[in-house]
Write a protein of this length. Sequence first.
Length: 68
Amino acid sequence: MKMFGGFGSGFWSEYNKLVPKAEPREEWEDRVALYELYHHLNHFAMFGGGYRGGAMSIMQRLISKYAG
């Protein structure tokens, strides 16, 4: 829901009224990134090219935060 530009703040405000952020709330953005990673990897496998950079960026950020 954030890939390809995603949605605006109005959408997220209404969405979070219906579907509150799950616990732990402070890791919600990281879970969104992890779910987005799946799509970057899938697009890279299918189309190659620029999707590799997006996948690498997400993985590096999550690894630097959670590894060790």
